[in-house]
Design a protein around this ligand. Structure first.
Ligand code: MN
Length: 197
């Protein structure tokens, strides 16, 4: 578990757990089921969607400014960010003003994924070529996540053309409620406000 603590140091260093409602990393989490995938809609200074994949004992994380698309011709920039603890997959709430990542977070989609490559996920990550089939509440089917050449942090995230691909209206617009609680981002923010009154 020591490696997990080390991986989560940047996450912990950016946050004051006395002030933010975000989860503090725990060390005892041991999962045996299919690995988690989650996409959180984050209304920070710039709206973005955070894509997170459980790889070994943390959530590898990417910020996707334009959000996921199920149109295979739309390739989304995905910027690698710090590893998050597994508990973060269920985090929904508002990070107060002035703190790192201030703004409301909604669990846009959550589920599990299967690695489509023949090598382990951590190796796929290291090589910058990930192909997964997701089983979420909104997203289904196969997606690719490819690191751009000559870049450490910039990846592209896109749908592979399969039965679940679709070219209509953006799925982030047609499906804009929490996959966890059914709330809109406005409702989440209002409930947080009320709980502080
Ligand atoms: Mn974010």
């Amino acid at each position: 578990m020591a490696t997990q603590i080390k991986k989560l140091t940047p996450y912990a260093e950016r946050r004051n757990f006395g002030k933010t409602p975000e989860p503090e990393p725990k060390t005892h989490i041991q999962r045996t089921k299919n690995p988690l995938f989650v996409i959180q809609e984050h209304h920070a200074s710039h709206l973005h969607w955070d894509l997170r994949l459980e790889i070994n004992d943390v959530l590898k994380s990417w910020a996707v400014p334009k959000g996921p698309s199920i149109n295979p011709t739309e390739k989304r920039l995905a910027i690698l960010t710090e590893d998050h603890p597994l508990e973060y997959a269920h985090f929904e709430g508002t990070i107060p003003e002035g703190l790192y990542g201030a703004g409301t977070v909604m669990v846009w989609d959550i589920g599990t994924y299967i690695n489509e490559k023949t090598i382990p996920m951590d190796q796929c990550f290291d090589e910058g070529r990930i192909e997964i089939t997701v089983k979420g509440k909104k997203l289904l089917g196969t997606f690719a996540l490819i690191r751009l050449k000559s870049s450490e942090k910039n990846w592209i995230f896109f749908k592979i053309d399969d039965a679940f691909a679709h070219t209509g209206t953006a799925i982030t617009k047609t499906h804009n409620k929490s996959a966890l609680t059914g709330r809109t981002v406005v409702q989440i923010a209002q409930e947080v406000k009320k709980s502080h009154e």
